[in-house]
Design a protein. Structure first.
Length: 98
């Protein structure tokens, strides 16, 4: 039996002690697995998600943005917009000639 499965989980890293503060990193692990008869193919992607800073009297949560994914998403949106506008111009040009 073959199948593709995807799992995503958040994993806490090893705490780091520095300057009287404790830093706890967390990572999002996405696993793509494809099973066929006798063969298993796995791809894992790990992306840092956040760091928790704990001090004597403070606790802060710092998110780590995924700048690459954000930039690629914006470029894909612009590409779809340009393609849609080009298609609209071609259709309007075709109807204007009739």
């Amino acid at each position: 039996m073959s199948g593709i499965s995807t799992t995503t989980r958040i994993v806490a890293g090893t705490p780091i002690e520095a300057g009287g503060r404790r830093f706890l990193p967390s990572v999002m692990v996405t696993t793509l697995e494809h099973n066929t008869a006798g063969h298993i193919f796995q791809v894992r992607r790990m992306r840092p998600v956040s760091v928790i800073e704990e001090g004597a009297d403070i606790k802060h949560w710092y998110n780590i943005p995924d700048a690459t994914q954000n930039a690629l998403s914006q470029m894909a949106a612009v590409a779809l917009l340009v393609a849609g506008m080009g298609l609209l111009i071609l259709l309007l040009n075709r109807f204007a000639r009739r």
